[in-house]
Design a protein around this ligand. Structure first.
Ligand SMILES: C[S@@+](CC[C@H](N)C(=O)[O-])C[C@H]1O[C@@H](n2cnc3c(N)ncnc32)[C@H](O)[C@@H]1O
Length: 294
């Protein structure tokens, strides 16, 4: 049973971390003319209206996308001090494209961002199971010939879609809601299945940082997987206090393109400070097979 709906959380700090990381990875793929193949295994609705009851219930976007948007678009505000302006500019441009009169009302989800960043020669597959999210995906993307929509369980669908027949380069986003405790190890099993069929693709897995430290299940499963070359990016906005909710966001990047570590190390501390001026922190590290996370 699918009860999770991303509408309540869209544009929160974790989305910012995930979507900026996605942009960093897209930029490396966009450097070459050769086509690439992008698969979003947990697509969600594609884009979100921040004025619905679901979005305004907890206003999670206020300390996420709204803060970035105000900082980057306010005429008097100084630009974010970072050497990765291209990443931020591409993200702000993508938000501007779906909003009018410079008012932030719609928040791009990962499919909306990918659609804007794909070129004519690239292809994408968006997988989703929730009927409402699927309806929204169809509304936004059904006329784009580069994109295929699938009402399909990614645990079955992803292994069937890789490797693509004529395209060598690619990226896969795995962004489950972790409603079930075993999703931390299941998602790594899915990664291993896909990786064994397509070992050269880039894989990006989002995970939450919660006081229960369940991300350790994911790290242990990664260690057991035997997969090498894993970069981890974590962004925290609060202290890890018992009883509190989500305090940070993590991304596992398998086969990170050259300089991804450097780019994230330059970009994420600025973002962490902007999203949480007193507690924001960013950590970038390689996952070591011998010791788990190092
Ligand atoms: C965190 S949301 C996705 C957010 C989206 N990736 C973004 O960044 O805008 C997770 C989505 O995965 C969907 N989902 C959960 N289990 C799935 C499965 N096994 N296969 C495909 N989609 C699934 C949920 O319905 C939900 O819409």
């Amino acid at each position: 049973m699918l009860s999770y709906q991303h509408d309540y959380h869209s544009g929160n700090f974790a989305d910012i971390h995930k979507h900026l990381t996605l942009r960093v990875l897209f930029e490396s793929l966009l450097k070459k003319d050769k086509p690439f193949y992008y698969i979003d295994c947990h697509a969600g609705s594609g884009q979100y209206d921040l004025q619905t009851d679901k979005s305004t219930k907890n206003k999670e976007y206020a300390s996420g996308i709204a803060r970035i948007w105000e900082t980057m678009t306010h005429p008097m505000a100084s630009k974010l001090e970072t050497t990765n302006e291209s990443v931020l500019e591409a993200y702000i441009k993508a938000i501007s494209t779906i909003n009018t009169k410079n008012q932030l009302r719609y928040c791009p989800g990962s499919p909306c961002l990918a659609q804007q960043w794909l070129r004519n020669q690239d292809k994408a597959h968006f997988l989703e199971l929730h009927p409402q999210a699927l309806k929204s995906l169809r509304r936004h993307f059904k006329n784009d010939s580069r994109i295929s929509l699938h009402a399909r369980d990614c645990y079955e669908g992803l292994p069937a879609l890789v490797p693509p027949a004529n395209i060598k380069r690619g990226m896969i986003l795995l962004d489950p809601s972790y409603e079930q405790k075993d999703e931390y190890s299941r998602i790594v099993s899915l990664l291993v299945k896909a990786y064994n069929k397509w070992p050269t693709a880039i894989y990006a897995i989002w995970y939450p940082l919660l006081p229960e430290n369940r991300d350790q299940y994911l790290m242990r499963a990664l260690t057991k997987s035997g997969i090498d070359n894993i970069l981890i990016s974590e962004l925290t906005v609060a202290q890890n206090n018992e009883g509190a909710g989500l305090y940070g966001s993590g991304m596992v990047i398998v086969n990170p393109p050259w300089l991804t570590d450097k780019t994230l190390s330059q970009l994420m501390p600025t973002i962490a400070e902007l999203l949480s001026p007193s507690l924001g922190e960013s950590v970038i590290r390689y996952h070591s097979r011998s010791q788990g996370a190092s």
